[in-house]
Each structure stands twice: as C-alpha cells, then as structure tokens.
Design a protein around this ligand. Structure first.
Ligand SMILES: [Zn+2]
Length: 645
C-alpha cells in the first residue's frame, strides 16, 4: 500500500510536465473551471463532448525488447451534435491512416489531437478504423505502452490511454464494450479486460489471442499485458480467477495472492456483489516493478511486490477493491479521484478488520494518520480537485480513507455507513459518480444534511491542529474540563469530536465531546468522582496534537519548533529560528503556495537547541506567501513568510 502510493506519486510526477493542453476538453474544462471549488452538477449523459464512445476494438501486434506496437484501433461512436470533424486524443503515436468501411478519410494529427474529417448528424454512428504505430515508453514509471525483454504491458492512469489508442480520454466517457486482440510471440500469453474468447496461430512463431469485455469501461482502465507468463486459474463462487506471473515467481505469487477470493467475499458482504465475471492479476515491470494498477478485471501488479511473504498483500486488497470503487463506479473526472483512492484504501483496512478484528483496523488507521501527518499534511490542498502532481498523494489515499472512517465513527455508525456505501455502489455501478453523488448517499442514510462534514474535510484543505488541556475534577469532582485551541495553518475551524477517558472508582470509561470553535472549553460529566482524565490514545478524528496535557507528555512542541519568522512580512531578508530536541540532520526548505520548491535554506547536521537561518529572497522571487518547512527525522514543522517587495 505505502509502496504503491509512494511509487505512484513519483511516477506521475515524472509525467506531469509532459501533459499538453487537450483541445477536445476545452468546453468541459471551461465549464468546470467556472465552478471551481463548487461541487459540480451532474452531467446529463455519460459524455459532455460532441460525441459518445460506444465501443473499442484493438487489433495490435506486440513484440519484445522495446519494439513499437502496431495495428488497428476501431472506435465506434455516436454523434451528440452535428459534426464535420471528429477529434480524438492521440499522443506520441504515429497515425498511419483512418478508414471508414475501407474508405480512407482525411485527417490531421497535431500534438495530442487526431482530427478526422467526417460529417455526422446528431444520433449518427460511425466506426473509425485507425491504423497506428505506438512507440515503446522508455520512462519506467511513464504512462503508455512498455515493451521489455520478456513481456509488454500498458499503463494509462490518469491520461495515458491516449498514448496507445486514439480515444476521448476522460473517465466519464466509458466504452460499452471492448475487444482486445494481440498478435505476439507464440510462447507468450495475453492478459486483457474480460474473457479470453479466441486463440489462434496466424503464422510460424506467432500466437493471437482475443479478449472481450461487455461492461462499461473507462479508457484508463483498458489494458493489455503479454509475456512469457506462468498461469494459474481457479473458479470460486462463479468467479474465474487468473494469476499470471513471471515463471520464477509463480510459487511465491500463489501464496501472496491466495486470499484474493476471500477478499472478494469480504467486499461482497460490505458493498455488494462483485461487478464482473472474472478477476486477474498479472505481474509486470509496471512503475519499475513497485506499483500496481486496477485495470478492469485484470490488475497489473509490479513484480517486486511478490515476495512469498505477503508483505504487499495490502496492495492486492487495494487493487481488488477498485473493482467496486474506481472500475464499476468510476470518478467522473480526476478532480474526484478520492472516490477511487480513498475508497480502495479504506476498503483494504476493512478487509483486515473483517479478518483480524477491531485492533487491526485501529492499527491501520493510526498508521495512515501518522503517514498523512508526517508526509502530507504540509500541502494546503483540499482532497477535491488536487493539483495534477498531487493527484496520487496521501491526501487522496490516507486522508480520504480517514474521511470515510470519520463518517462511520463520528456520524453514521456501522449499519448506516455500510448502507450508504452499498446504495452508492449499486446506484452508480457501470457509470460514474462525483463527490456530490456520494454526499447524497450519505445524506440519505443519515436522514440529515452532512454537507458541513464534507465541506470541511473534502472541499477545504487541512485538518485540526489542536493544543489542549484536560483538567480532571473541574468544576466538580465528577467533571472533566477539556480546553482546546485550533491552531491549524490551513483550512477552516473544524467541527469534530474528541474521546475523553477518565478513571473513577468504578473503573475507566470514555465519552465523546464535540468542538467547533477556534478556542473552546467543554465540561464532561462522569458518573462518579474522577481520579484522573486524559484524551484517548486513539481518536475518532484525523487530528494533530501540538501539545498534550503537561502532566503526561510535556514539551512536545517546545523542544522541536520552527519560527516565528521575523520580520514578517519581510522585504528582502527574514530570519528563520528553529529548535531541535536532539543533534541530527535538519532540512529547511522554502515552497511557494503551489507546493513548488523555491530554495533549500539548510541541509546539515545541527546540535540540539535553538538555531537561526537567514532566508534571503532573490530578486527573481515575486511578492507573495511562502511556506518554510523544517524536517528532522520523522518530525516536520511549517511556518509562513510573506514577501512584500
Ligand atoms: Zn488505488
């Protein structure tokens, strides 16, 4: 899981700069930009552009060792308005020709856009037969078609399908069905979406296999992987499982992946029936062998993630959960990617809760909280509509999983929470959903409007950062007073509960108390006189405590701190004070508000105690807000500095 996330983030960061503007999406983007940070309304069809894709049929030749993939992509579509040209995304490939019924059509191919001259009236359908040559991608984590010595595969999320097949490359325009045919070396096997329907041997040393999938499917979930695999099959409760591995890894994979049918059974109980007829996993070099991708009915799985010890079983559970959330129900666009990633991340925790119990869930959620607070809390981005290079960050995985956990623990309880999950899945399976669709499902289960909850956790950045004090026997011996101050740099003043525990003559008991003010104190009454009281170790909220009760863990802040920066605002030079609790390496960096690294102020070993570093703003640095970060070991602090020129 963690490896997946880290590697995915890295891989996409590598491709971010290469994404060109996409002319076919102009109208869609303009509509959405105008409502930026507003929940989008539902679109009235599965397509907001001038046509709607119906089906895809690929017939490609695949060869090893970096050779290009060549062949035909047949895209069938229906016009939503009168057209004289049909625009398709097609990036980095050579388009050799476009035919309709063997009639060659004029076309242009500029940057990302293949534009085919063809007149259509509303409701007309056409099948474009497009002859392409697709070069092999050379970047290990890059999207597109990869060709290695022993196998070849595709990887598309988020916008890489266009690098190996012409299409309208947005999640909301699903194909109703896909057919994938691959001509490959005779010793290879094909993995693709749906069912294997044909195997032939067209020429000496060559094999051709055809898969067919008759469920709606988004472009980024279409896949092929072909190679010299070992293959194992089983059928459990009517679902066909296919396990394709490197030949040397088949025994280890058989152990690592053994619980896949059990995971399906757990998810079916929680969310609803498995939405397809088959599932599979195929081992490849995807993301350098360290990532995995939930292609519909056939997950592509990094070869390093098979070790015979189930170290990465969480990745198996995560990718499988995407069959419900991501593949059957797909985020309408990648602004809503948390509906894929947060759900699959939380589903993984639910699998371990179902098989190992409450303590396993608590441990996983605590790990996620720490991971988010250590690695991701720095970034002032809401879960909804992340910047491109943050699309696969801890915000969309761990924090988003915590949103679901908090919805369950704070507001709905188990029966209503899972009712909401099931109704959301059944209503949108086979199509797409946006954040408002899920909120509607939660509201329906709750019987009240929960927008305040999603507004603070999904549409706004950050999390509560709390300084608190717990005062037992105050104001009376059976009371506990809890005082808090919300000191977060980003985001709103949050509304959330804290769990308070007290020891009395009858034993230890806990109560939940809600806060919604920047500065607030609440009195919690227990049944009898209180001996001592504290905040529970495991809270039902994603919260960062800056100090704790002085009786318990004093000085959590004072011995590791950053700032205040002075002067602030500053004109050319500011001083950045910081305190380290122990000798060690400390790194101070400056970022702009978009998360871009501006400069590194220090990266060195320091003695314990107070230090001060100069932040000299170069002439090229423009006026504005900058974020200074201090990292030392697992500790991280952030401070703001305003440059005014
Ligand atoms: Zn995922």
């Amino acid at each position: 899981m963690r490896t997946l996330v880290l590697i995915t983030t890295f891989a996409l960061a590598c491709t971010a700069a290469a994404l060109p503007p996409d002319p076919t999406q102009t109208e869609f983007i303009r509509r959405m930009e105008s409502g930026r940070h507003q929940p989008p309304g539902r679109l009235d069809a599965d397509s907001a552009h001038s046509y709607d894709m119906i089906s895809l049929s690929l017939d490609y030749r695949v060869d090893p060792a970096g050779q290009p993939m060549t062949g035909w992509a047949a895209v069938r579509l229906v016009a939503r308005e009168s057209l004289t040209r049909i625009p398709l995304n097609a990036q980095g490939m050579t388009v050799l020709g476009v035919n309709v019924f063997d009639q060659a059509l004029p076309f242009t191919h500029v940057h990302d856009t293949l534009s085919v001259d063809y007149a259509m009236q509303i409701g007309d359908t056409v099948t474009l037969d497009i002859h392409v040559s697709v070069p092999a991608e050379t970047e290990p984590g890059g999207v597109g078609f990869h060709s290695e010595a022993s196998h070849a595969y595709t990887f598309s999320e988020p916008y890489g399908a266009r690098r190996w097949m012409p299409c309208f490359d947005q999640p909301f325009d699903k194909f109703d069905e896909v057919t994938v045919a691959v001509n490959m070396p005779a010793s290879w096997w094909l993995a693709s979406n749906g069912a294997l329907i044909q195997t032939t041997y067209p020429s000496a040393g060559r094999k051709r296999e055809v898969y067919y999938h008759n469920h709606p499917i988004s472009t980024y979930l279409v896949m092929l992987a072909a190679g010299s695999f070992a293959r194992q099959f089983e059928t459990v409760d009517g679902i066909l499982y296919r396990y394709f591995t490197f030949r040397a890894d088949s025994a280890e994979a058989a152990y690592d992946w053994q619980r896949t049918p059990q995971m399906v059974s757990v998810y079916e109980n929680l969310f609803g029936d498995y939405p397809f007829e088959q599932y599979g996993m195929v081992q490849t070099d995807i993301m350098g062998g360290w990532g995995a991708m939930e292609h519909q009915t056939f997950t592509t799985y990094g070869y390093h993630l098979v070790d015979g010890e189930r170290t990465y079983e969480g990745v198996v559970a995560h990718e499988l959960a995407h069959m419900w959330f991501g593949d059957a129900v797909t985020c309408v666009d990648f602004r809503n990617v948390w509906l894929n990633e947060g759900f699959a991340t939380y589903a993984t925790a639910l699998f371990y809760e179902a098989t190992e119990g409450q303590a396993a869930l608590d441990t996983i959620m605590r790990d996620m909280s720490e991971h988010y607070l250590n690695d991701g809390a720095l970034w002032p981005h809401p879960i909804y509509d992340p910047p491109f290079n943050m699309m696969f960050s801890v915000n969309e995985y761990e924090k988003a999983a915590w949103v679901l956990h908090m919805l369950r623990e704070q507001l709905l309880g188990d029966s209503l929470f899972f009712a909401a999950m099931r109704s959301y899945f059944s209503e949108f399976s086979g199509g797409w959903a946006n954040t408002e669709d899920f909120i509607a499902a939660a509201n329906q289960a709750a019987g009240v409007d929960l927008h305040w909850f999603f507004n603070q956790w999904v549409y706004q950045p950050g999390h509560p950062v709390v300084i608190f004090n717990v005062i037992p026997r105050n104001p009376t011996p059976h009371d506990v007073t809890v005082m808090i101050l919300q000191v977060q740099t980003f985001g709103p003043t949050f509304r959330f509960p804290l769990s308070v525990e007290a020891r009395t003559a009858e034993g230890t008991s806990s109560q939940m108390v809600w806060f919604d003010q920047h500065s607030q104190w609440e009195v919690v009454s227990f049944a009898s006189d209180v001996d001592s009281a504290w905040l529970s170790t495991f809270q039902p909220v994603l919260v960062e405590f800056r100090t704790v009760n002085a009786d318990e863990k004093p000085e959590i802040v004072r011995d590791f701190s950053l700032g205040p920066i002075y002067p602030n605002p500053f004109n050319s030079t500011a001083r950045v004070p910081f305190v380290l609790r122990a000798a060690g390496r400390a790194v101070l960096r400056v970022y702009d508000v978009n998360g871009r690294l501006v400069k590194t102020l220090a990266d060195a070993s320091f003695s314990p105690g107070r230090h001060e570093i100069e932040f000299a703003a170069e002439p090229a640095l423009s006026s504005g807000l900058y974020l200074v970060t201090l990292e030392s070991g697992a500790q991280r602090r952030i401070a703001k500095a305003l440059l005014v020129k």
